[in-house]
Design a protein around this ligand. Sequence first.
Ligand code: ADP
Length: 499
Amino acid sequence: MRIAFKISMVSILVVDDEKIIRDGCTRILGKEGWAVQTANSGEDGLRLLQEEPFDLLLLDLKMPGLSGMEVLQRVRDLRPELLVVIITGYATVESAVEAMKAGAYDFVSKPFLPDQLRIVVRRALEKKALQREADLLRQERAKGLREIAGEKSKIKTIIHCMADGVLVTDHEGRVVLHNPALVRMLKMEISPPLGHALDDGLENDCWRGFVRRIRETTEGSTVSQEVVVGDLTLMAHIAPVRSEEGETLGSVTVLRDISMLKAIDRMKSDFVAMVSHELRAPLSSVEQQLSVILAGILGEVNNRQQEMLGRAKERTHALLALINDLLDLSKIEAGFVVQHKEPVQITEVLEKVVELLKPQAAAKNIALTLSLPEILPQVMMDRGNMEEVFINLVSNGIKYTPERGSVELFVRVQGSHLCAEVADNGMGISSEDLPRIFDKFYRVKNAQTRKITGTGLGLPIVKRIVEAHLGTVEVESQPGNGSKFRVYLPLEPSAKGGA
Ligand code: ADP
């Protein structure tokens, strides 16, 4: 391999007491385009070496004054990287070998032919170029490693200083990384050991659900879940980590302390609950009195009065519905939900809801059907709360489906969950509205929904109750193509098999 080196940059020093050698070298090497300087003694040579960065030193061993060997030793201290080629007579080949042992690179014997000198010098310069290249590579590598090490410690420092808790697990749920905020927020006595799965044996439903979510997230999509640990309420955002090829590598969980927000929210809820409660009694009384008048008990009511009082009663009724929903939500937000958990056959809940809402469906000629598999496992739930969930979903299906449509209920076991679906073939929901329908008071406003009354609190109630059961609710819908609301409830580990 021929190594490229910049000829213009090559400078050579020849140290020899014989003028004929100095002149010969200057002539032969000068013809190659290399810059040559000479010195007639070791002392002179060393002085020049201190002044200029030569690439190569041609050094005579036998000189009066400082010998070549002594010069060589000083050069090793002064410029250890400088290549030295020894010029020696036949009689001193042995000392040339000694010089090479002392660090010289090569030697050329006097008298030499121009080509012999050229070959030796060229070989030395090639070696020098190789050396330079290797040095550069070494420096680059060292720089790269330094940068990587720097980046690593930078990321580590940032994660350690974060106020939010961070937890990274691998594809088998083993802990890969965590920060002090996580340990503090989860009130752990010792940090979770790296390389081990998180302990889900703790007697805390929330914690168990959270650990299960972390495992499941490696298979699914991002989830957000509240976790209560002692007096803290934490919001856990759990996201899967995927490689460029889409392979799941593990999960990243970020925990945020939302206790303060929760406290403020609770104060707001308490206030709303108090106001709603105070309003409910007088409003109910107004509604009752309007009913009495409209029934003609207090005397005849003419058509015009009927119409106006009828509208007033309708409005009062809507207000009472809103107040009842607000009170329901306040109760749920205050934690009065899932009070009586027991093993329940969801079939019983759904059959009751269908029975209750049949008249509402019949009034619109809507076919309300329930399809159930033969065997279904029982699920731990609060029966009353779960009825409320499906009353909301089914009555929405009826409300937002035009006459002669259909609302169907299906149930199946899906992995570690029971999935109950309410599917209608009604007006559907646009992709802009979909992410917001579970927000409090959010109602879709368009020509189709204008005449439909509601409070915008039904779905938030559904979501909170389902989440209090450690479940999830999802929706799939397109305008004009109906909607499917799916409620997933976790099965007890032994219940997966059925019966
Ligand atoms: P509302 O009292 O308005 O029904 P919800 O919280 O139950 O309040 O629902 C929020 C909004 O979501 C509704 O206003 C409606 O626009 C939309 N929505 C809910 N269920 C359905 C459905 N099955 N089909 C179409 N839109 C629906």
